[in-house]
Design a protein around this ligand. Structure first.
Ligand code: AGP
Length: 607
């Protein structure tokens, strides 16, 4: 949530900062701003709305071209409505400091009271303006910016990533983080600080990950990391990012989301590379020394939570391990968590920065339970905190709506189930067939995607006027129904609910009439007769139905959408792209902002 960029180097900084913000806009897009020092004066330009407004307002010519150090921010509002006065950067009382911030300072009201009493005034509703004035206040006492910055951060409760500039030292960036991402990019004679790598990937792939409790001071030629606790410097080597700029661009597709849906065959291939040996066994070197746990507690949010629910079926069925799946924001505050010492906590997160998921991970670690992270972003907080990490290797996912990341999570959950099954000596013929089928999924999906896309387009046009939708499934299709509903509501703002089909008659069916359509996942599996009966119950109440099904079924509905039958539960890898494409087409047809839906942000770093 919120995107931060800072640049100091030998090039004009403003075009670089604006370009960086474009790559960070997925993190928040209700207002944006830049700050820099020109002629010994701090200049801040902020605009409400999308980045385009900021681009129109910022001059990148004339004297602005001589600016070689600047900070920028794209906002997802937490404190204060999206207005220019609440946009970042925020400046302190005498306009000597400007700061950009991602996160929440929980005790800002208490600090604000103290600063008001000391004579400070505030012009925004934000916690950020309080923080920059606190730094100013502490610096006035000691005339030491680094010391004041450290003390202010030690005082701030909550989560943050911040980047600060000082009018008296215009080529230097000061930054820190606590449970929110912040990365240093090292170029030749230039330094970048950003919330995410794509912001500076066009200039350098060399990165240094900042840790909680540290302050980074970045100059063009060098950088220094200090530990807040004792002021000592920290040595940290840099790492090379393995993917390039192309992966973070649309590549000819209308939207990132469409590109990412169509990337799924490649993702399936990449995720499996090196994971199946010549004997057809799953190889997970990350877990070779980990015994199969007695129980697994899966914890995640949103789409990652749905992947976890789907994985529960596989882990219980194939590896015979009891699994609970919990929403991270619920798990972190539950009164009692009573794990066994041989349990495993499995946290799933595309970004690896979701605040609730990280808090859940912290709680599990406090209980001294083994933790495994399933994560897409190398160097993310989750990847660093979990005892063991398996990377999902989906590549950068830019669209706010998660698509290929879920496919990669499901694939890794499937390999995990087969891996533990082998360790427990449970591999049988069915499991061998599953492992073999995994390898053929990519080719199968690639061949199906164009047809799926066409069918999604025609159905979206027919159903675009619906104001509500049910998504129904049973067994391993139930989590997919939840995900289908989530995708539809977040992209097209149409009310949608995912239900276990058998639950309909316990209440929700009361809503059904001819204006309330249902999207049913009716695969030709052992539960097919059950779901067909549920469909008839809906039809008896004049409900219209889209049924995603296999050619072999006899389900008679308004719209049959056929996909090839493959072994359960791998059928999910063909179902999920259909659900994604349907939501995508609905949203696009209705003229919605597909990649940046209203009120959302990609990385939810606040609770
Ligand atoms: C889904 O399309 C959303 N982007 C959202 O539900 C997301 O899955 C959730 O916020 C969790 O994110 P994470 O996987 O990065 O932790």
């Amino acid at each position: 949530m919120c995107g931060i960029i800072g640049y100091t180097g030998h090039r004009p900084a403003l075009p670089i900062v604006l370009e960086g913000l474009e790559h960070l806009e997925y993190r928040g897009y209700d207002s944006a701003g830049v700050g820099y020092v020109l002629n010994k004066e701090l200049t801040v330009v902020r605009t409400k709305g999308k980045l385009k407004n900021l681009r129109d307002a910022v001059s990148t010519t004339g004297s602005a071209l001589t600016v070689t150090c600047a900070i920028g921010h794209t906002r997802w509002a937490t404190h204060g409505i999206p207005e220019e006065r609440n946009a970042h950067p925020h400046v302190c009382a005498d306009k000597s400091l400007a700061i950009v911030h991602n996160g929440i300072i929980e005790n800002y009201l208490e600090i604000k009271e103290e600063l008001l009493a000391a004579g400070y005034s505030f012009y925004s509703d934000t916690d950020t303006e309080v923080l920059v004035n606190l730094i100013h206040f502490l610096r006035a006492k000691e005339n030491d910016l680094l010391g004041a910055f450290s003390k202010a951060l030690a005082r701030a409760n909550g989560t943050y990533a911040v980047c600060l500039i000082d009018v008296s030292n215009p080529g230097t960036l000061y930054a820190a983080r606590k449970s929110a991402p912040l990365i240093l990019g090292r170029g030749v004679g230039e330094s970048f600080i950003a919330s995410d790598v794509p912001a500076f990937l066009a200039y350098t792939r060399e990165v240094v990950f900042l840790e909680d409790g540290e302050i980074l001071v970045a100059e063009p030629e060098k950088h220094t990391i200090y530990r807040i606790a004792d002021g000592c410097t920290v040595k940290r080597s840099s790492q090379l990012i393995q993917w390039g700029m192309q992966a973070a661009q649309k590549g000819g597709y209308r939207h990132f989301m469409l590109k990412e849906i169509f990337e799924q065959p490649r993702v399936l291939k990449d995720c499996l590379t090196g994971r199946i040996n010549a004997q057809g066994n799953i190889v997970l070197p990350e877990l070779e020394n980990v015994a199969p746990p007695n129980r697994i507690h899966i914890i995640a949010c949103g789409t990652s939570y749905h992947a976890g629910l789907w994985g529960q079926h596989l882990l219980e069925d194939l590896a015979q391990i009891p699994v609970s799946v919990e929403i991270a924001s619920e798990f972190r505050y539950k009164e009692r968590f009573l794990p066994d010492k041989n349990d495993l906590v499995l946290v799933i997160s595309q970004s690896g920065e979701t605040a609730d998921t990280l808090a859940a991970l912290e709680r599990a670690k406090k209980e001294k339970i083994a933790t495994l992270g399933l994560c897409n972003v190398v160097g993310s907080s989750l990847a660093r905190e979990a005892d063991t990490v398996i990377y999902t290797q989906a590549g950068p996912e830019i669209s706010v709506a998660s698509t290929k990341a879920m496919t990669s999570q499901m694939l890794m959950l499937c390999t995990l189930a087969l891996f533990f099954a082998r360790k427990k000596g449970l591999i049988d013929k069915r499991q061998r067939t599953l492992a073999k089928t995994l390898s053929s999924l990519a080719v199968l999906l690639e061949a199906q995607l164009p047809n799926m896309h066409r069918r999604a387009q025609s159905l979206a046009r027919k159903y675009a006027e619906a104001r509500s939708f049910f998504y129904l499934g049973r067994g391993h299709c139930f989590p997919l129904a939840l995900e289908g509903a989530l995708k539809l509501k977040e992209l097209s703002y149409i009310h949608a609910e995912g239900y276990a089909a058998g639950e309909m008659k316990h209440g929700p069916i009361a809503l059904i009439d001819s204006a309330f359509p249902t999207f049913v996942l009716a695969m030709n599996d052992s539960l097919y007769p059950k779901i067909r009966s549920n469909v008839v119950e809906i039809q008896s109440r004049e409900g219209h139905i889209i049924a995603l099904t296999n050619p072999e079924t006899d389900i008679d509905v308004d719209d049959r959408w056929e996909i090839p039958r493959i072994i359960d539960p791998l059928q999910a890898f063909l179902i999920l792209p259909c659900l994604q494409l349907f939501s995508y087409e609905m949203a696009d047809f209705l003229g919605k902002d597909v990649d940046q839906p209203r009120n959302l942000a990609k990385s939810v770093t606040v609770e």
